[in-house]
Design a binder for this molecule. Structure first.
Ligand SMILES: *Cc1c(COP(=O)(O)O)cnc(C)c1O
Length: 356
């Protein structure tokens, strides 16, 4: 068995893969494949309904928030958020904490005026800026809760006088959040929810319909709300597999239990990075991500040898993002603590090997 530390698309529970593969042949005893059933069939309507209820339950989403199943990835949200939440000429405020945040900023600038309230770029995004001012006349404040590439995470919602929008692509469902503190949350599914092809948006309905803009219907949240995420053909299979994964999460004990496990996994790995003289973690201690642990070696010339040993031990997809180098261990919900123990064993084995 491989231990998949990939950053996305990511590991899902083995039983989810098994159930999904069975549904490809015969979905719910319909005699049809999940790949061919109509998205308007009552069987699939039940899937959408259950997926939405599971998200609502797991995250305690208030009833005045809509939950949408869209496509186009988190990147489409980089554009849809400004289109749907600003009037012509209205400013937006962004916190720049990494590559994804700066991509979101770049896209927002195609729609309107952006104020970057602070940026971690000068210290290569190894820490999250803490002191900044959010203007109260901007339409919203946008931040990225987990920086998938640099391995930093914001655990507290920044204090904001305006609605908060969060790209939660890589830490949604990994820990407890209070949805009512946000105006809008979005996440590409492929990091911690399910397979690629699905994007989740959770939005406070009060924020919509105030822009005076006429949007293409496909980019308008209100068309998708009105059509219950069936405005166009939804990604049927991705939603189905996400539902199986959410069922798994609930059975496991929900967010509270998974957060406990995620804390234990991250703690175990950071302890070894800090103890082992060969390795170091570039992120500031207080900003370290629980989901994506980025680390490098004191001697970069040993990196390929370490990676080869890890691969030999079936620990895969540990290479760091091409813009950062080193290693990145993604510890998403479905990755068991035992896989982290194996990685730590290999780090210790390598330490012994280098000593000789
Ligand atoms: C992966 C990622 C994205 C990009 O997601 P796509 O679904 O590929 O568009 C955006 N933001 C964050 C935080 C990510 O981790």
């Amino acid at each position: 068995m491989k231990h998949n530390f990939g950053a996305g698309p990511c590991i899902l529970p083995q039983e989810v893969f098994k159930q999904a593969s069975e549904a490809v042949i015969n979905f719910n005893d319909t005699g049809l494949s999940i790949l061919e059933i109509s998205h308007r069939s009552k069987e699939f309507e039940a899937v959408v309904f259950e997926t939405e209820s599971l998200i609502r339950d797991l995250l305690s989403v208030p009833s005045n928030y809509s939950i949408l199943f869209l496509q186009g990835g988190a990147r489409q949200q980089f554009a849809m958020v400004p289109m749907n939440l600003t009037r012509e000429g209205e400013r937006m405020a962004y916190l720049d904490t990494g590559s994804w945040a700066s991509n979101a900023i770049k896209e927002a600038r195609n729609i309107g005026d952006v104020e970057v309230v602070a940026s971690g770029k000068d210290n290569n995004y190894t820490s999250i800026p803490k002191t900044y001012h959010i203007p109260n006349d901007a339409a919203f404040f946008h931040y990225t809760s987990n920086n998938t590439i640099f391995g930093t995470e914001l655990f507290d919602v920044p204090n904001s006088p305006i609605p908060v929008v969060c790209d939660m692509s890589s830490d949604i469902l990994s820990r407890k959040i209070d949805v009512s503190q946000y105006g809008l949350i979005y996440a590409g599914a492929q990091k911690n929810i399910g397979p690629a092809g699905l994007t989740i948006v959770i939005v406070n309905n009060d924020l919509l319909g105030n822009t005076g803009r006429t949007l293409p219907a496909i980019f308008d949240y209100q068309s998708h709300i009105k059509a219950k995420s069936m405005y166009n053909t939804p990604p049927v299979f991705s939603i189905y597999v996400a539902m199986l994964n959410l069922r798994w999460l609930r059975l496991k004990g929900g967010i509270e239990e998974i957060e406990r496990e995620n804390i234990a996994k991250a703690r175990k790995l950071y302890e070894e990075i800090d103890r082992n003289p060969l390795f170091k973690g570039p992120a500031d201690l207080e900003d370290r991500s629980r989901m994506n642990v980025a680390f490098t070696m004191e001697d970069p010339s040993l990196e390929s040898e370490f990676l080869a040993l890890a691969t030999e031990r079936d620990l895969v997809a540990l290479k760091g993002h091409r813009s950062v180098g080193g290693f990145r261990a993604s510890l998403y919900n479905a990755l068991p603590l035992s896989s982290v123990h194996l990685l730590v064993d290999v780090m210790q084995e390598f330490e012994e090997k280098v000593k000789k």
